[in-house]
Design a protein. Structure first.
Length: 173
């Protein structure tokens, strides 16, 4: 085998499209919703960093991303919720959810230093503080993908999706 053939083989094996684990994770997301175009409002509640990991260049890489819902049983995200992130040195940054409830941050906007403390708040509503740290001593969520831990259904592996209030009107613990 020539050096060129070996180099091409190594490059193909190292490319994201040839990674069977990554390909399986993307396939597990299923098809796009038929009435939502690819872009800032697509796939609310899904693990954004599966595709937005920087492996392909397009879609762009995200350093943080997630979806905020009104209640645990809500199926529609909250527009205009504020996501506040605080680093251990006190540096604070804020992001606002779009009409699908999604927020996302690209590396040119913010390079977080983990762990982070997170708070979400609806316009004019009470703040809900996350009790654990993002990317803290967790092997489950070493990155900024909220859905690494926050997914449905609620159970021993997840507190459920991010929500501003409980179904009974109280706030999450």
């Amino acid at each position: 085998m020539t050096r060129a053939a070996i180099a091409l083989s190594v490059a193909l094996l190292a490319s994201p499209g040839c990674d069977p684990v990554h390909s399986d994770a993307v396939a597990a997301l299923g098809p796009e919703a038929p009435d939502v175009h690819t872009g800032p409002t697509h796939r609310p509640g899904q693990p954004c960093l599966v595709c937005h990991d920087g492996g392909f260049g397009d879609p762009p890489r995200f350093t943080l991303a997630g979806t905020v819902y009104e209640t645990p049983d809500a199926k529609v995200g909250v527009n205009g919720a504020m996501v506040t992130l605080v680093e251990t040195d006190g540096y604070t940054t804020q992001w606002t959810t779009n009409e699908a409830g999604n927020f996302y941050v690209t590396p040119d906007q913010y390079q977080p230093t983990f762990p982070l403390q997170a708070t979400i708040q609806a316009p004019g509503g009470p703040a809900v503080h996350m009790q654990t740290l993002i990317g803290g001593n967790s092997t489950l969520a070493p990155n900024g993908a909220c859905s690494s831990c926050h997914f449905d259904p609620v159970g021993p592996n997840s507190p459920g999706h991010l929500s501003l209030a409980l179904d009974d009107g109280g706030t999450p613990p």
